[in-house]
Write a protein that binds this ligand. Structure first.
Ligand SMILES: [Zn+2]
Length: 67
């Protein structure tokens, strides 16, 4: 297919189709492959949402949550 754009995973550097790439936020302002998304980005998002929950629920600031 013409017009398919490729990009490189920002973690493992393999080439992937742009439409198959994933947003690497909050780890990087870049694109990553499905494997790195599952092994790195999703766990980081889970940790981030857990930290936010701790901050809101227990009125802790970010320094207390990161201890
Ligand atoms: Zn990757």
């Amino acid at each position: 297919m013409a017009g398919v754009k490729y990009t490189n995973c920002c973690f493992c550097n393999i080439q992937i189709k742009d439409i198959d790439s994933n947003n690497a936020q909050p780890l990087a302002d870049d694109r990553c492959c499905g494997d790195c998304n599952a092994s790195r980005v999703i766990p980081a998002r889970i940790r981030a949402s857990y930290m936010l929950e701790q901050m809101y629920k227990h009125k802790k600031n970010i320094k207390e949550v990161l201890k």
